[in-house]
Ligand binder design. Sequence first.
Ligand code: AMP
Length: 460
Amino acid sequence: MRIFDTLSGERKELKQPKKFGIFPKPLNLFVCGPTVYDHPHIGNARTFVFFDMFVKYLRSQGFKIFYLQNITNVDDKIIQRAIDEKTTWDTIAKRYEASFMDYNRRLGITSVDTFARSTEFIPQVIAQVKTLIKKGHAYMIDGDGWYFDLKTFPGYGKLSRRTMEQAETSAEQGTSRVDNSNQKRNAGDFCLWKFTKVASNESQVASNAEPSWETDLGAGRPGWHIEDTATTEHFFGPQYDIHGGALDLKFPHHEAELTQQEAASGKSPFVNFWMHAGFLTVSGAKMSKSTGNFITIDDLLKKMSADEFRMMLFMHHYRQPLDFSEQTIKMAKDALHYFRVRIQSVKNNAKDESIEKEFQEAMDDDFNTPLAIATLRKSNDIGLIIKGFESIGININPKIPANVLQLVQKRELSRASKQFAQSDALRMQIEQLGYVVEDTPAGPLVLLAENPKFEIRNPK
Ligand code: AMP
């Protein structure tokens, strides 16, 4: 199994760690989860569905893997939303965490072992900031917070291939959330601990909106990057196997994580594999909340099923951009339909070991799902087709309810005895239950009915 690692710029062999006594030691995976200030969009979903598939496939190959994902429930955007709605940060965070969990369920994301909320790791954050202060990596700006001093870590920039000076030019595409202060020692220094801005008597709304912890670092809250390393150090220690996220997180977020964790522990490498998934785009532009160029998961699921969405994602390589359009949707629907017809109509079902090998080789080559799926098109082995898709989390053999199957059988009998009015009536009953029947030379094929259309909004 070879996986592309952003840090080395190469495909590296992924191996299961040696046994730990009689138990296999799991591969530890951490993926940056959502910031819960709004409903997730289908760009976020691309990343989370990809890592769900990644874990499911590895598990199907016998790997033991522990999948940890954090939930950022302390953040400027959450505070802003709480101010706008005149409510507490906690109300906002809980509302959108529930929404995120609900969409996970609807998208079939089931592989995460533990979700970790930032607010549950405050003691670990404080301990890590104190270690950085003790080792001379952090300094305080009055009334602002504790910052990491980039000059103290020569390895800065190795992940995103930037120099410290280039850390300033953060307004470019593909980066997100940089800490601003004109008193920083170096332009790229990032905040570890943010002091509470609002005195409690100043404004009740603002004070409710901003979470704050009284600590000997000063009253405040964690910076964005430190919550992740504090959490992963708690679960995995200072070094672990795989860190994932989408491409926008490479800089400054992952660069900062690497910097602070290696500086705190003195151990390198922080992680063995850095995996970065490509963006979901619309007309070539990154799908994103802030530009208004996004599609909600609700709208998506009116248009296509979760299985069709997965098919669409995996018909593209995970590191490539994927442009969401009527055409990509249609290709995915057609492909899923093709395979569903195929498993119900193949005549000479036979075991096909060479194609199974080709499928695995494609998957093992940095998750080349488009090639793996294309390979299955050549197969007459129904079991292999079903199992192959199952290993990437796509169900191409959905269970048709017994009452629908009974109607299908009845319809066949009416057709055989040329009672076409009755067979038409039965077809309508089947459609009312959300299924359609196609008459193929191999017999009746039962499929889930199509969903209604909706328009994709293009960016201005
Ligand atoms: P956020 O809630 O903004 O922190 O994002 C949650 C996750 O979705 C992160 O891993 C982001 O990198 C990822 N993400 C955001 N926008 C996109 C996009 N257009 N395509 C793919 N992944 C994205």
